[in-house]
Ligand binder design. Structure first.
Ligand code: NIG
Ligand code: FE
Length: 371
């Protein structure tokens, strides 16, 4: 930690970081941002969101508040499939507007890089439109072609036949990674393997939604296929912790989703102590985590996951950047990194986790531009 520090940026990248007393006069046109009274941290990286959706699930949220469970609503054709209907109805312009709006919410919370998944179209047109909307908003697009089985297919295998033959060739041109929801009622381990292997052959990096409600083989598959991350892990037990910790697969923790669904928190402390690399993300989506705030996620990490503020900050900056395959370019305040800086309204950077649910982000600098 540096007191009375500067971050010198040029052409969108960080050129130097140091103490003000060591900053000598600069040549040329220098635009100075006075950050006295603020704390600067690396621009926050949200490596797991579902920002491409139409409509909302506020009715379902109210039903859940009255006692209905997320799984019951899903099984009754609500849940993800109700967002699929709204997303298909939104059209490409509606989806573009939605992703743009969600991106602005994230930026307000200090997120300077976001990943977003498709997965609420589940037809060719809407999946590709989702990926285009994410790209246009400057996000990292992930093809979540295996999120749920849409109503026009009888079973998961028939849907995968379609998705891999008809959507993957074009999705692979728009997306950087592929993701699958490996869970009872969604896709099983054999189906997930089939999907991921086809996506890998098409050049995509791999991710898995795993161990959210049940431990159904996500971690062994993740390690075997050397995927970038396995995300959720609320249902992960001792064996899963050991297996994950002995691999290079990052565990992505989504405590806002566990909170929003009133589910157990993932075993974050035990994962870190066992040697696992972990990242933190919001899981922003209309059903299981209507939350775009990484500062709130950092608070949950400290109070519920027993990570230190420093571990939480690393988890939603540099570690999250690694999940996106950009560990050498974003996520640190260091020379050569993109000039992404999140400025906190705080005398100590640990307010990022400490100031629970309050407005802690003052401004963000993205690629050297003050936003
Ligand atoms: O990560 N688990 C699957 N997908 C999302 C939830 C999607 C939804 O409820 O709309 C998740 O929690
Ligand atoms: Fe998710």
């Amino acid at each position: 930690m540096l007191e009375d520090a500067f971050v010198l940026c040029a052409a969108g990248a960080i050129e130097a970081v140091g103490r003000m007393r060591d900053l000598h006069s600069l040549d040329g046109d220098v635009f100075e941002v006075d950050c006295r009274g603020l704390s600067a941290v690396p621009g926050l990286v949200d490596c797991h969101t579902h920002a491409a959706f139409g409509g909302d699930r506020v009715d379902e949220f109210s039903l859940r508040a009255g006692g209905a469970s997320y799984e019951q609503l899903h099984a009754a054709g609500g849940g993800i499939l109700s967002t699929v209907r709204a997303t298909r109805a939104a059209g490409e312009a509606g989806l573009r507007a939605a992703v743009e709006l969600h991106r602005s919410w994230m930026l307000r919370e200090g997120t300077t890089t976001f990943e977003a998944k498709s997965g609420y179209g589940l037809d060719r047109e809407t999946e590709l439109a989702s990926l285009r909307a994410i790209r246009e908003a400057g996000g990292f697009p992930t093809w979540l072609g295996a999120h749920a089985v849409p109503p026009e297919f009888d079973d998961a295998d028939a849907y995968l036949d379609f998705a891999l033959a008809e959507v993957l060739p074009d999705a692979a041109k728009l997306a950087e990674a592929a993701d699958v929801f490996l869970e009872h009622g969604a896709f099983d381990a054999a189906q997930a393997r089939r999907y991921l292997e086809a996506c890998r052959d098409a050049g995509l990096a791999l991710r898995i939604h795993g161990d959210q409600f049940t431990s159904s083989g996500a971690i062994p598959l993740a390690v075997e296929l050397a995927v970038r991350s396995v995300d959720h892990l609320e249902a992960t037990g001792e064996e899963g912790i050991r297996t994950l910790a002995s691999s290079d697969v990052v565990g992505v923790l989504l405590p806002a989703s566990a909170l929003f669904l009133d589910r157990p928190m993932p075993p974050a402390r035990r994962l870190v102590d066992a040697g696992s690399a972990v990242a933190l993300a919001t899981d922003f989506n209309p059903g299981s985590a209507f939350c775009e705030s990484l500062p709130l996620v950092c608070s949950l990490a400290a109070t519920q996951l027993h990570l230190s503020p420093a571990e939480a900050l690393a988890a939603c900056t540099v570690n999250a950047a690694h999940v996106l395959g950009r560990g050498g370019r974003i996520g640190r305040l260091a020379p050569g990194y993109r000039a992404d800086v999140t400025l906190l309204e705080a005398p100590d950077w640990r307010y990022l986790a400490y100031h629970l649910g309050s407005r802690v982000v003052a401004r963000a600098v993205v690629g050297g531009e003050l936003r």
